[in-house]
Design a binder for this molecule. Structure first.
Ligand code: 4AD
Length: 457
């Protein structure tokens, strides 16, 4: 169907005095004696195009209702405020589909909670249009960053036989329900589709390491699944995960890559989405644009876990979760460090080995591992990564301490047998990056169809 995007009509003067066709949905409609005004939006812009309908020849013009989809052909003229509008007559408006008065988006200003109840329609609001455009631009910028730095984009499996993070958070994949005909779990799994226990991958890292130790620098960009019972504003059961993995890299290199990638993609966002950032600045987080500009022009903070614990203990804050060396940092701690102490993004490094995964490089102190998390104001952790343990014996020891089944990780262990190298990488939660760059406070509002504990549709 030949038509021009609303964005093109309102942003370029190229169509002035020309006859064009636009398609879209009615945002508002006003009627008076001789003319009617219809605001049409096709999703290509946060701004609508105004259609001015000369009713002269058609006294029984029927006003299209909010939500109606239509096609309009008319002449582009320069309107007020330097924008273009379309002048037409009723006969040049073709209705595709009426929207009855129970269309839920009649008025502006619905709460985000209400909009969550209509995920199939909320994309038609400016808020979700802006979120989705930011998402799309950030995704392209992430690919651009890695592609222009010699990384290979790899796709790691979503169905896996080994748990990467080892915290019992995997969804099980099965074609048969367990029943008491099976004498034990082993015989049940043996009968199942893959002949062994399988689940949805929590991370592509283990396969990413295999690819990086062949291709040097790789990244993945795909969904990860977590069956954790975390009903919070920053946890999804299905989230999008960016995981670069780099051979011949130590912890400092991993940190440098993370900082340069985050700065690059936010710089691109500021360049390509000025309208969307202005929209979020006006409606969701005052000062957002300045905050993002500041972020990309300063070095991120850096602190060890041990120093961070000291800062938290000295803070005098009344945290819900008490702070002691060895504890996992909670969102309240992460936000205190990034918002109150550093007032910017901060890397926390060298966590106690007990609270981190088996694959992290063991530091010489025997107590900590070469892990890194990136904490940002407003959200907390958006990146988790590490240098990996490259020594076969040390890795096996860490796995045994955790009672892991080494047979399931035979391929992974082979990497340490055959030409092992220092290497590392990180995982960036895509939705958390979008929360940070839009000021949206709930992760459910930055993905089209959120899957969270107790909620799917
Ligand atoms: O810290 P995580 O668990 O690290 C890993 O999965 C490593 N294998 C990554 C690596 O080194 N390649 O997760 C990484 C990031 C977190 O910092 C967070 O941003 C995001 O993934 N994330 C989630 N995002 C939304 N919902 C969840 N349930 C998430 N769990 C982790």
């Amino acid at each position: 169907m030949k038509h021009i995007d609303v964005k093109e009509i309102i942003t370029s003067k190229e169509y002035v005095e020309k006859t064009v066709t636009v398609c879209g949905w009615v945002r508002t409609s006003r009627n008076s004696k001789f003319v009617a005004f219809v605001e049409v939006n096709d999703g290509t812009s946060l701004k609508n195009v105004q259609v001015v309908v000369d009713k002269g020849g058609c006294p029984d013009y029927k006003e299209p209702r909010v939500g109606t989809s239509l096609k309009v052909t008319g002449k582009v003229v320069e309107g007020r405020n330097n924008t273009c509008e379309i002048c037409t007559e009723p006969r040049n408006i073709e209705i595709f589909g009426d929207a009855p008065t129970d269309y839920p988006l009649q008025k502006k200003g619905h709460t985000l909670e209400f909009l969550r109840t209509i995920p199939h329609l909320r994309g038609r609001t400016n808020t979700f249009n802006a979120v989705m455009r930011v998402r799309s631009v950030l995704a392209a910028a992430i690919h651009e960053y890695f592609q222009s730095n010699n990384y290979v984009y790899v796709n790691t499996p979503l169905i896996t036989g080994s748990d990467c993070e080892g915290a019992g958070e995997m969804f099980q994949v099965t074609t048969i329900g367990y029943n008491n005909e099976y004498k034990d779990a082993e015989s049940y799994y043996a009968d199942d589709f893959f002949g062994k226990k399988a689940g949805l991958s929590v991370s592509g890292q283990l396969e990413g390491e295999m690819a990086a130790t062949a291709m040097g620098k790789i990244y993945t960009f795909g969904p990860s699944f977590r069956a954790e019972n975390s009903n919070t504003p920053k946890h999804l059961a299905e989230f999008w995960h960016i995981e670069p993995e780099v051979a011949f890299a130590e912890l400092d290199d991993v940190i440098e890559i993370a900082e340069s990638m985050v700065k690059y993609v936010i710089g691109k966002l500021l360049e390509k989405c000025p309208d969307e950032i202005a929209f979020f600045d006006a409606h969701f987080e005052k000062g957002l644009k300045a905050r993002l500009e500041e972020l990309i022009s300063h070095e991120f903070g850096r602190v060890t876990y041990t120093e961070a614990i000291e800062l938290l203990k000295k803070s005098g804050e009344d945290f819900v979760y008490p702070v002691e060396w060895g504890c996992d940092l909670q969102t309240e701690h992460e936000r205190y460090l990034s918002e109150k102490v550093f007032k910017k993004a901060v890397f926390v490094t060298d966590y106690p080995k007990e609270i981190k995964s088996f694959y992290m490089k063991q530091n010489a102190d025997g107590k900590t591992v070469a892990a890194v998390d990136l904490l940002v104001p407003g959200v907390g952790e958006i990146i988790g990564g590490s240098e990996r343990e490259a020594d076969y014996d040390k890795l096996v020891a860490a796995m045994k301490e955790r009672d892991m089944n080494l047979d399931l990780y035979a391929d992974y262990l082979d990497l340490r047998k055959y030409g092992t190298v220092p290497h590392g990488g990180f995982g960036l939660g895509f939705e958390r990056l979008i929360m940070y760059t839009t000021g949206m406070a709930n992760i459910r509002d930055v993905i089209l169809f959120p899957r969270t504990v107790g909620s799917i549709r």
